[in-house]
Design a protein around this ligand. Structure first.
Ligand SMILES: [Zn+2]
Length: 601
């Protein structure tokens, strides 16, 4: 297929790079026995469960189950596409990526994306320059100064100024038709029906919104405080959704928080950009803001990748309370053990900016730390709504709370929440009601995982051995045994086992990760990754080889028996054709040979 990267190249590339080096340069690793460990970059933790195996060229986290090859790591950690991750690894080795047909798929699209990032960087630069130089920037500067903002923090956050007028940005950056088109796509210009374009952001303080890698992907613009505010202008204006910007995923200030802090014990979600920036001015560098939306599950996942505690900071008014309750509901499925969310309500009429100004950093931070926990807030809210001194109220409480708590992932936290509900409702909830169906699967999975390899099916065992030591495939092929007949055995996973064996027959030197790469983004791929992550109980390579061949032999015997029974049954009722007869005779021979071998033992 044109534009594809040849498999051979990917294999060779994964052979050349060392995953330990790739990860270590981004997440410093410590050597521990045969493997390398670190605190997981994909979930928040205090003791390392992130493990990198040099042997398998594979990483794996026992906590969040993240796993993959060097390619997979770059895709996850750097948010790269598959071809980009390969390009990056190839670059590190000083080699060029070949594409079938000589071309990268849709290079125009790729270039267009790069151009958009460049245009956004240019726009950011333009606005920052305007803040320093434009004659009208004075009001903006005065506003920022009144909020106590230092030049340093303004620079950290890349704050700028979009001058009043319809075509400032257009004139400065839209120098060619192509750039103009790009600026429209990036949401910076608006195209009228007659084809003419104009600036989206006018006479506003500009806050660049940066992605995880620090690239400007959108803007938030705040109107300037004027004597006669124009009511038609919204106070805040955000970039629209663009190929670079999806507001349900991005958080303002997250990049800056990561830059400023090494460890992030908690992240605070506030309402607006100005709150984030003002808190940063007071040395509170862990605040982020959603961008004109409520907190989404995507947001929460990103937050919990970086920290174990998320504090929502809301206005104390009705709107703030409604927003908090909505946030709590979004949190329910994310409340795994080890995570906490808190809810902080500001006094009437205060925003985080005015409040920290009034009480100071220390008092503010201690209020954050002491704000209501998830369980406190949830039960306080529900018991306020229902009078639990009577049976009716308690029934209402249980009725409302039970489906909510059922959304929590299984674990101690959930269990304690249900216990608290039982106490408040003065009822005993049967386990079947506290553990809804949706969690049965994961429980079954955990139980299955707990089973020792002794109770693993032979197919699963064989695949696991192949993943731990891909060279055992060669040992198997060297025995000269014919695996063909295994195809007749209808066992779960058999197709996959044979596929793995065949790939390793052709490419005997593949590493575990290169092997698994072939199933990227397929159910088999995640199944293989899971098996590869399991700790091998046979540390010795030689023992593993013996065990693998024994397992395969057992499967072979099973398929011979099975196939023989099939043919025998057919022979009893009708006749066999020529090939079947030949096969039948061959099987018969094999069975005799096996019998006499076991007798002589
Ligand atoms: Zn993890």
């Amino acid at each position: 297929m044109a534009g594809r990267i040849p498999q051979q190249f990917i294999d060779d590339l994964l052979n050349r790079v060392d995953i330990v080096e790739v990860i270590d340069s981004r997440v410093p690793l410590k050597k521990k026995g045969k493997e390398y460990t670190a605190c997981c970059p994909f979930h928040s933790e205090k003791t390392p469960s992130f493990t990198v195996s040099q042997n398998k060229q594979f990483y794996h986290c026992f906590g969040c189950k993240a796993n993959g090859s060097a390619i997979g790591f770059l895709m996850e950690y750097e948010h790269m596409s598959f071809p980009d991750a390969i390009e990056e690894l190839a670059r590190s080795q000083g080699i060029e990526v070949p594409y079938e047909g000589g071309q990268r798929p849709d290079p125009a699209l790729k270039k267009a994306q790069t151009d958009l990032y460049e245009l956004m960087a240019d726009a950011n630069q333009f606005y920052q320059t305007q803040l320093r130089q434009h004659a009208d920037a004075e009001i903006a500067i005065r506003y920022l100064k009144e909020r106590g903002l230092s030049g340093e923090v303004a620079k950290d956050f890349g704050i700028g100024y979009a001058p009043d007028g319809w075509d400032n940005l257009l004139k400065a950056l839209g120098t060619t038709k192509e750039r103009e088109k790009g600026l429209v796509t990036a949401g910076m210009l608006i195209k009228k029906d007659n084809g003419k374009c104009y600036d989206r952001f006018r006479d506003r303080i500009m806050f660049p919104i940066r992605d995880r890698r620090g690239r400007c992907i959108a803007f938030g613009g705040r109107i300037l405080p004027k004597d006669t505010p124009n009511d038609k202008d919204a106070k805040y204006l955000n970039s629209p959704e663009t190929p670079l910007f999806h507001k349900g995923r991005e958080l303002y200030g997250l990049y800056e928080a990561r830059q400023a802090l090494r460890d992030i014990p908690r992240l605070m979600v506030v309402e607006g950009y100005m709150d984030v920036v003002a808190l940063a001015q007071f040395g509170v560098r862990n605040a982020v803001a959603t961008l004109g939306t409520a907190t989404t599950p995507d947001h929460l996942q990103r937050l919990f990748q970086l920290t174990s505690e998320v504090v929502f900071c809301f206005d104390g008014d009705r709107a703030g309370k409604d927003a908090a309750w909505r946030a709590l509901q979004t949190c329910l499925p994310e409340m795994r053990d080890g995570r906490e969310t808190r809810f902080m309500f500001l006094p009437d009429g205060e925003d985080p900016d005015s409040y920290i100004r009034k009480i100071g950093k220390e008092a503010f931070e201690s209020e954050v730390k002491q704000s209501q926990t998830f369980s406190e807030y949830l039960f306080k809210q529900l018991t306020e709504e229902a009078d639990i001194s009577g049976i009716g109220g308690r029934a209402k409480l249980v009725e409302t709370a039970r489906p909510m708590l059922s959304q929590m992932p299984e674990g101690i936290y959930r269990k304690l929440m249900f216990e608290q509900l039982e106490k408040l409702g003065r009822v005993e909830l049967s386990t079947s009601t506290s553990a809804p169906q949706t969690n049965r699967r994961s429980r079954a999975f955990r139980q299955a995982a707990k089973k020792s390899s002794a109770s693993m099916t032979p197919v699963r065992k064989a695949i696991t051995y192949l993943l731990h030591q891909p060279t055992v495939a060669k040992a198997w092929h060297d025995t000269g045994r014919n695996s063909e007949i295994l195809k007749t055995l209808d066992l779960p996973g058999m197709d996959l086992l044979l596929e793995v064996l065949e790939i390793l027959r052709i490419n005997p030197n593949l590493s575990t990760s290169a092997l698994i790469e072939r199933w990227r983004e397929t159910p088999s791929g995640s199944h293989l990754a899971k098996l590869a992550s399991e700790q091998p109980e046979l540390e010795d390579d030689a023992a593993l080889e013996v065990e693998f061949i024994a397992t395969m032999d057992a499967l072979l015997k099973q398929s011979v028996d099975h196939r023989y029974d099939d043919l025998q049954a057919k022979l009893d009722h009708s006749t066999l054709n020529e090939t079947e007869m030949a096969e039948y005779k061959m099987l018969l021979q094999q069975l005799y040979a096996a019998k006499s071998a076991s007798k002589s033992d």
